[in-house]
Write a protein that binds this ligand. Structure first.
Ligand SMILES: [Fe+2]
Length: 358
């Protein structure tokens, strides 16, 4: 795989729906509202602005590169664009490894007590002596980056025949040919909102939020033994069937169409989640999921329906399953309005006038 090909997660679920030149955003797999000591405000800001920003830069740079006359473009312009492409793509991929490595299991918050699965535990013992020894090195390296920035990466190196803890000063700093299994973001934007300058406290908190199941799946994929578990790399509760999901990029394109093929937008929100909301997609109608029998009959037949919630977990997933059972052409927005924010999708202030209270 060349450096500029974009890494696929160990999953077939995130099939590319957008045009092939567009790199699609990956949804958050963690539930930002109940992580161990990492606030929703911090996680969403990081995901939308830093991760989403990297995805948007990769796509913008690709558009520029596609239009370039390679024989006539000044070398400083070529160098600049290719350097920025490498940095943006590296940032995007490392952020995906970072966010995918965090979160609870199923619909549950992280317990902070999970351990690596058997194959990865064995490999860590083989290559570092013990899991404790690996952890001491990994967290020691991260804390040593406090006050600076960069990444600490657990990577599988085929050439070295082992797992390594790799130091990275920036997004473009990688051990050649190695595959990242776990990445710890040590840029200030990853912790400053919650921890101020206390980077060491942030490192300990990240370790208490690891999703070892997904890290283990990445390891198996890196050594060529991964079967790929679709649901593990989809937001928990998102519809299992691809035709019941729509990517933010695909929705954006569909909304630019007109007439009957333009999707009807449904914004679903649990009453307890209303305080977490400030905006919505233009033209969407907001409803309480529990009031479905009341609002479902107003939906037009024969038009596609796009349903979204905050992050694309059970709220939109359950509703889409129910709507499809009733014969509606409904699809759940992968990653919810959060992923929509990450691609730079526009929104309007929240309008709760159609919401069923009580
Ligand atoms: Fe970051």
């Amino acid at each position: 795989m060349s450096a500029m090909e974009i890494q696929r997660p160990p999953s077939t679920s995130s099939r590319q729906f957008a045009p092939p030149e567009t790199v699609m955003v990956r949804p958050l797999l963690l539930k930002p509202q109940w992580m161990n000591g990492l606030s929703e405000r911090l996680l969403l800001s990081h995901y939308v602005n830093n991760y989403g920003g990297a995805v948007r830069r990769v796509n913008a740079i690709r558009v520029r590169l596609a239009a370039l006359d390679w024989a006539r473009t000044p070398v400083f312009e070529i160098n600049g664009l290719k350097r920025e492409e490498l940095i943006a793509a590296g940032s995007m991929i490392l952020h995906e490894v970072y966010f995918d490595s965090l979160g609870g299991h199923g619909g549950n918050p992280p317990s902070g007590r999970e351990e690596p699965p058997a194959e990865l535990a064995h490999a860590l013992e083989r290559d570092f002596g013990s899991i404790m020894a690996w952890r001491a090195e990994f967290t020691g390296m991260a804390k040593a980056l406090a006050g600076g920035s960069g990444w600490v990466i657990l990577a599988w190196s085929e050439r070295l025949g082992r797992l390594v803890n790799q130091w990275a000063a920036d997004h473009a700093h990688c051990l050649a040919g190695a595959t990242p299994i776990l990445a710890l973001d040590m840029y200030e934007h990853a912790y400053h909102l919650d921890f101020g300058a206390k980077a060491a406290a942030y490192v300990d908190q990240v370790m208490a939020n690891l999703n070892w199941e997904r890290i283990g799946a990445r390891y198996l994929l890196a050594i060529g033994e991964g079967a790929g578990d679709d649901e593990l790399f989809l937001p928990f509760g998102a519809p299992a069937h691809e035709e019941a999901r729509i990517s933010p990029e695909e929705l954006k394109a569909a909304l630019q169409g007109d007439g009957d093929r333009r999707p009807v937008l449904l914004d679903l929100c649990l009453p307890r989640d209303l305080p977490r909301r400030t905006d919505m997609l233009a033209g969407a109608t907001m409803h309480a999921p529990a009031a479905l029998p009341r609002w479902v009959e107003e939906l037009p037949r024969g038009r596609p329906i796009a349903v979204y919630c905050i992050c694309g977990f059970q709220v939109s997933g359950t509703a889409v399953t129910e709507l499809r059972k009733r014969g509606y052409d409904a699809r759940a927005l992968v990653g919810g309005i959060t992923a929509w924010h990450a691609i730079g999708g526009t929104t309007v202030p929240l309008d709760k006038s159609t919401y069923e209270e009580g």
